[in-house]
Every structure is written in structure tokens, then in C-alpha cells.
Design a protein around this ligand. Structure first.
Ligand code: DGL
Length: 272
């Protein structure tokens, strides 16, 4: 028995955690941010896998039977190998889930034209994970992606409400939309981007829907737990949430206030 673990490279996964906790408040949670080594978005497959596996092992050692990789980059680059190679050998009774598949399932129900744009880190876009997942589910769809190299930094450095942020937001959106004028739905395929939602909406034509992942990941997790009572029975029901970071807890606490409505305490944890 234990809490649900939510992992992210940094703070962004707090947007996923919030979505999950508001839909499934009854469970205990542990959030783990690898802030000391974030961002993951420009790192290689091997490094993202190694770092993500370290985090997964740590969350297992803290008692989590189930882990959500809130990070899109980790979901794109590490999830499959963890599910197919690590878990069967070393933790066959535990589960690790990601955020790309549930988002892909949701977007096919939302887009009318099936022309879909994905905004994400360079790593997620290069992996083509969204394109592959969506096309598997909805073969008639057209998917284009745009890496937004500055957006994570704008959020992490709390610069996103300044006028200068608009330049970078508009630039990446124009690059995305110029790839396919029929796009009717845009996925925010990075944990940090929901914080930019108001600004994003200002730079796209009305009628284009923008998908933030939190609610969809939460709905998908609820569905998973209904289909897997053997897992839901192993989750403790204390409504608590503990926060761990590989960086300074004081810094984590300050920055987390950008993402969460409540004041939190965090503890340091070493991952390597
Ligand atoms: N959490 C990452 C993601 O969702 C963004 C931040 C990073 O690059 O580490 O892709």
C-alpha cells in the first residue's frame, strides 16, 4: 500500500498533479521534481532515461505502487523502456504511466478537422511521440509539431507575464500555424505551457482549441483505476501530498507557488 507518485523534471508537473488531485482527492500523493537537473527538454534519450529511471526507483523506495510521469519529455523518451524492460524484471507488481497516450486519446475526440498541432520541448517534438500515438489511434489525422525552446525558461524564471514573453510565444505559434492552416486543435505538450494559456490565446485565431493536459490525465487515471481495482486497492487514502526536490527545498517552495494555489513544504532528496 502507498501513495501515487507524480514525477517531473521540475515544477511543471505540478500542473498535472493539480489536475489529478482535484479529480481524485482521496488518495495520498508524492510529487518528485528533479529540479537540480532540469530542464530535460534538450537532453539525449539516454540521459533522460537514466534520470527518469533514478526518479522512478526513488518513488518506488518511498512506497509508491503507481507512478505518473507528468513530464512529457520523460514520457516521450523513457516511459516505453521502463515499461517494457525495467518493470517486468525489477518491479512486476508496480506501474508507471505517462501523459502522451491519454492526451492523444483525448485530442482525437476534440478535433473536428483532425489537423492537430503540438507545442512541446525540442526533445518531445524530435521523438515524434505525439505524432506516432495520435496516428496510431486516428490514422486519418495530420499532426504537426513545433518546439518552443524559450517557453520553459520563461515560466521557470517567472518572466512569462512580462511583455517580452509575447515575442517568443507569438513566434512559436506562427511557426506552428504556418505548417498547417487547417489546425483546429493545439496540444500543450509540455507541463509548463498551461501557465502561458492566456497569452497563447491572444496569438491564435478564435476557434482553435487549446488542450491543457491536467484534466485529461486525471480523467484517464480515474478510468485506469476503475479498470484496475487490484491497483486502486493498493493506494492509500489519506488526502495528503508530500513534495520532494533534488534542488533546494526553499527554492522549490517559492517557485511552486507559481503553479499551485496553496503554500507547501518540500524536502530535499538525492537522485543520483
Ligand atoms: N517537464 C518538461 C516537459 O513536460 C518540460 C521541462 C523540461 O524541459 O524539463 O516536457
Amino acid at each position: 500500500m502507498g501513495p501515487i507518485g507524480v514525477f517531473d523534471s521540475g515544477y511543471g508537473g505540478l500542473t498535472i498533479l493539480e489536475g489529478i488531485r482535484s479529480r481524485l482527492p482521496q488518495y495520498d500523493y508524492i510529487y518528485l521534481g528533479d529540479n537540480a537537473r532540469a530542464p530535460y527538454g534538450t537532453r539525449s534519450f539516454d540521459v533522460v532515461y537514466e534520470f527518469t529511471l533514478q526518479a522512478v526507483k526513488k518513488l518506488f523506495s518511498l512506497g509508491c505502487p503507481l507512478i505518473i510521469l507528468g513530464c512529457n519529455t520523460a514520457s516521450a523518451k523513457a516511459l516505453r523502456t521502463i515499461q517494457q524492460q525495467y518493470l517486468p524484471l525489477f518491479a512486476p507488481d508496480r506501474r508507471v504511466l505517462g501523459v502522451i497516450r491519454p492526451t492523444a486519446e483525448a485530442v482525437g475526440q476534440i478535433s473536428r478537422t483532425k489537423h492537430i498541432g503540438v507545442l512541446a520541448t525540442e526533445g518531445t517534438i524530435k521523438s515524434e511521440s505525439y505524432k506516432l500515438e495520435i496516428e496510431k489511434l486516428y490514422p486519418e489525422s495530420t499532426i504537426v509539431g513545433q518546439a518552443c525552446p524559450m517557453w520553459v525558461s520563461l515560466v521557470e524564471n517567472n518572466e512569462f507575464n512580462r511583455p517580452g514573453a509575447d515575442y517568443f510565444i507569438k513566434d512559436s505559434l506562427e511557426k506552428l500555424l504556418s505548417q498547417d492552416p487547417l489546425i483546429d486543435t493545439i496540444i500543450l505538450g509540455c507541463t509548463h505551457f498551461p501557465l502561458l494559456l492566456d497569452k497563447i490565446r491572444r496569438h491564435i485565431p478564435q476557434g482553435i482549441q487549446v488542450i491543457s493536459q491536467g484534466n485529461y490525465i486525471a480523467a484517464s487515471l480515474e478510468d485506469y483505476l476503475t479498470r484496475h481495482p487490484e491497483m486502486s486497492q493498493r493506494l492509500t487514502l489519506g488526502k495528503s501530498c508530500q513534495y520532494f526536490t533534488s534542488e533546494s527545498p526553499t527554492k522549490f517552495r517559492e517557485c511552486a507557488s507559481l503553479f499551485l494555489q496553496e503554500d507547501i513544504e518540500a524536502k530535499h532528496i538525492a537522485l543520483a
